[in-house]
Design a protein around this ligand. Structure first.
Ligand SMILES: [Fe+2]
Ligand SMILES: [Fe+2]
Length: 472
């Protein structure tokens, strides 16, 4: 079939989903059947792969070179990190996040992809009784924290976002931030013909990147819990972590594959899918606090009247009038700057607007929460604190470690149901097939999913179960 006709056909089949965010919702919807997801995944991946320039993929031409090539890449990243540390030791500035709000913005923008962490390997758990897939399934269940809430990567990231008060910002993101997660979810539901692409994607994704090391370092420095990032440094390593398991899995599966050339061609395409969408590095390069501040103000505008006393007027409009219309927010900010209610690049305490929202006697005190105030504060200050060598104000954030006291009083009976079904079925294959749907990307981080992951680990990886004694 001519390529253009094939492309048109695929587009026709897929026309009911216009953007990546919709695709993510589609794959994460528990009410849509696996068959439908598989069909959509296959069409979407074919379309994505069509846009990859195979000749431009940087990848060793010979199979024997792959391990060495990946190990060399890993060494280079570690060396570059050492150079970064040296620069910092010599008094160099942070290179990713100039202030705490930059880190907030970064965390918000990577959230869609972090919320599906590990998803690209989900389809492989269905081959649990084939030993050749064990290494990759091990990576998947380790991404799921072996069923422990404190170790499940999606739970850890969700907790971080929640503790920092950033969850509303994630809902506001543009579609481009959903491109890479849509790919990872499509791989989660990809039919067996995509196994080489999944292995190739995993090979690329499980390597330790420099940005992870620097992010971990700078978040810690800013007082933000870097646990999620640190977790990946310890388990995505070349020695015995996910990077190593990924190469072992590839070598084993490759040796069994009949058509080796096709396998490698498909593997390379899967590897290249890592570069689709926005990378962490691009996100860091494009951080823009002003855009984030505008979003905060627009959200307040949607809520309507924000202050009771309405006396102060700017350009013949009360603050309530300005903030009552989301379309006026940009102009409102310009007026605030123009009238010197906001003095950019100075100590925020010199700005009338900051006092209005942050001082207890301020007319707008209480309108903005701590996270929003921190973002507005950092935006107003700009480089002021760095230039003047004065310490910036750090707004107190809600405290963590509340998890140990969490308990759900409501139950829809789902967990009890599956617990009963598992205890009643004697056959391992039946048990496993009942557990698998709960290991899906939309389910594994919830109460039932965590319990099912634990049982899956007990049945298939009893040696890993011991690592997790605290669960019992
Ligand atoms: Fe992960
Ligand atoms: Fe990993």
């Amino acid at each position: 079939m001519p390529v253009a006709v094939k492309k048109q056909l695929l587009e026709l089949l897929d026309k009911n989903h216009l953007n990546y965010c919709d695709l993510v919702s589609f794959f994460q919807n528990p009410d849509i059947s696996v068959q439908e997801k598989e069909r959509k995944a296959s069409n979407f991946l074919k379309k994505e792969i069509q846009t990859v320039k195979a000749e431009a993929i940087e990848f060793p031409s010979h199979i024997d070179q792959i391990r060495v090539w990946l190990e060399e890449g890993n060494k280079t990243q570690c060396l570059e990190y050492q150079t970064y540390l040296e620069r910092r030791k010599q008094g160099g500035d942070r290179e990713y996040f100039k202030c705490i709000s930059h880190a907030f913005e970064f965390l918000v923008k990577v959230a869609p992809v972090k919320k599906v962490d590990g998803a690209w390997l989900y389809s492989l758990v269905h081959y649990w009784n084939d030993p050749i897939f064990r290494d990759l399934i091990q990576i998947y269940i380790e991404e799921l924290g072996l069923g422990s809430k404190k170790a499940n990567h999606v739970c850890v990231f969700d907790d971080l976002i929640l503790n920092l008060g950033l969850e509303h910002f994630v809902l506001d993101l543009e579609d481009e931030y959903y491109h890479q997660p849509a790919i990872q979810l499509a791989l989660a539901y990809a039919p067996p013909e995509f196994i080489p692409e999944i292995i190739g994607f995993n090979l690329g994704y499980e390597q330790l990147p420099l940005h992870l090391l620097i992010t971990n370092y700078e978040l810690r420095e800013l007082g933000i819990d870097p646990h999620y990032f640190n977790l990946h440094i310890t388990i995505d390593n070349m020695d015995n972590g996910h990077a190593d398991l990924s190469i072992k899995a590839f070598e084993k599966i490759y040796s069994k594959f009949k058509d080796k050339n096709t396998f490698i061609e498909k593997l390379k395409l899967g590897f290249a899918l890592n570069d689709k969408g926005l990378s962490s590095k691009q996100i860091i390069k494009n951080l823009n606090l002003e855009a984030l501040v505008l979003k905060i103000l627009k959200r307040k505008a949607l809520v309507g009247n924000v202050i009771h006393s309405d006396k102060c007027a700017l350009n013949n409009k009360s603050i309530n009038e300005w903030l009552g219309t989301p379309e006026l927010v940009e102009e409102f900010v310009e007026v605030l700057i123009d009238k010197k209610w906001i003095n950019l690049g100075q100590d925020p305490e010199q700005s009338r607007f900051w006092k209005l929202i942050s001082h207890e006697e301020g007319k707008m005190y209480g309108v903005f929460n701590s996270t929003e105030k921190q973002i507005i504060y950092d935006w107003i200050a700009g480089t002021f604190f760095k230039d003047s060598n004065l310490p910036p104000q750090r707004i107190k954030l809600p405290h963590k470690n509340k998890d140990d006291f969490m308990f759900s009083f409501l139950s829809n009976g789902e967990l009890e149901d599956i617990q009963q079904q598992i205890s009643e079925s004697g056959n391992l294959a039946v048990k496993m097939n009942k557990l698998l749907p709960y290991l899906a990307p939309h389910a594994h981080h919830r109460e039932t999913g965590l319990w099912c992951t634990q049982r899956f680990v007990d049945f298939l990886f009893p040696f890993l179960s011991d690592k997790n004694l605290s669960r019992y």
